[in-house]
Design a protein around this ligand. Structure first.
Ligand SMILES: Cc1cc2nc3c(=O)[nH]c(=O)nc-3n(C[C@H](O)[C@H](O)[C@H](O)COP(=O)(O)OP(=O)(O)OC[C@H]3O[C@@H](n4cnc5c(N)ncnc54)[C@H](O)[C@@H]3O)c2cc1C
Ligand code: FES
Length: 290
């Protein structure tokens, strides 16, 4: 992990999203899909904490070597401020942070599922999986067409794709969950990856448990330090032996987790169970495939 003063090389708009490309070779060289960066905000009482963004691209080769890109939809003081930034300004950035997605060695058919800005790390992952000779199929969901992140890039990256919007303005009308079973069957998926809302990730988890499919999801939780120190970002994760759960830090132990081991009832605020009563059916998904 490195802290750098990174120059903004380029800004661009993609539908509802803003993208910033930074010159940060120290971070780009080490960055892997699923990891994120922590960006300092101006010295102003409105901000206090740094903001965190998944790494969307990290170029290690070619003319763009040493650059990294992240994307966001402006929705609060931090993202509104970033949306005003211009090329050649500098940002104080720490990264790459967190644990990345793992790649399957043997299995070849990968279904990648994303919603809204969750598509940013998922497309980076798609690119890396394809470079390793894996088949990549995508489900991309959003509230409306302008929130479908870079659909042209999604089509380029995937063999088969399903786009779903809540208002039906692009692709099918509905939610990602509505097309999940159909896409699993149509693509012969052997491994599932996902990033998006907790609701969607839970649906992915339940289906993968039912079908005994290995899966990995990138989750988000409110973060303060982003460095594993403050415990703000913990989520309940069931122990491997099913004897209870531990509160693990999304910033340091995640953000990528096996969704079969997330204690969804507790994390999503449903009726809490006691430590001595592990949720039924856990853990059932085997270790990450070798
Ligand atoms: C590991 C990680 C990766 C992320 N990657 C991206 C990304 O690629 N693109 C992107 O746009 N955003 C991403 N986020 C979310 C982003 O960091 C937060 O939404 C951030 O707080 C935005 O700052 P703000 O000042 O604009 O809005 P804020 O005022 O901080 O928040 C706006 C709204 O979002 C809610 N919120 C804040 N943080 C989170 C969170 N972590 N999870 C869920 N809701 C939250 C707040 O409660 C509020 O309703 C990521 C968060 C994490 C933890
Ligand atoms: S945000 Fe401080 S430990 Fe994760």
């Amino acid at each position: 992990m490195r802290r750098v003063r990174a120059e903004i090389l380029n800004t661009r708009k993609l539908g509802a999203y803003h993208s910033l490309t930074l010159v940060a070779p120290e971070i780009a060289e080490r960055a892997r899909p699923g990891q994120f960066v922590s960006v300092a905000m101006p010295a102003d009482r409105r901000f206090v904490l740094r903001r965190h963004f998944s790494i969307h691209q990290a170029s290690r080769r070619g003319g763009w070597a040493g650059t990294l890109e992240f994307v966001f939809d402006p929705r609060g003081p931090g993202t509104d401020w970033l949306a005003e930034s211009k090329a050649h300004q500098f940002l104080d950035v720490i990264g790459p942070l967190g644990k990345a997605f793992a790649y399957p060695r043997r299995l070849g058919n990968c279904l990648l599922v994303s919603e809204e800005h969750g598509s940013a790390p998922i497309y980076f992952l798609a690119q890396e999986l394809r470079a390793r000779g894996k088949r990549v199929d995508l489900i991309v969901g959003a509230s409306s067409e302008d929130h479908v992140f870079n659909p042209i890039e999604a089509k380029r990256l995937s063999q088969q794709i399903a786009i779903v919007t809540a208002d039906g303005s692009l692709g099918e009308r509905g939610r990602v969950e509505d097309v999940l079973v159909g896409m699993l069957d149509a693509t012969g998926a052997e491994v599932v990856y996902a990033a998006g809302s907790r609701r969607m990730l839970r649906a992915v988890a339940e289906l993968c448990i039912e079908r005994r499919l290995p899966a990995q999801v990138a989750v988000e939780e409110q973060m303060a330090c982003g460095l594993g120190i403050c415990q703000t970002c913990v989520i309940p994760v069931i122990r491997k032996d099913g004897s209870g759960y531990d509160n693990l830090r999304v910033c340091a132990d995640g953000p990528v987790f096996n969704p079969a081991r997330i204690f969804w009832d507790r994390w999503m605020g449903d009726e809490p169970r006691t430590l001595s009563t592990p949720p039924e059916g856990f853990p059932v998904v085997s270790a990450w495939p070798r």
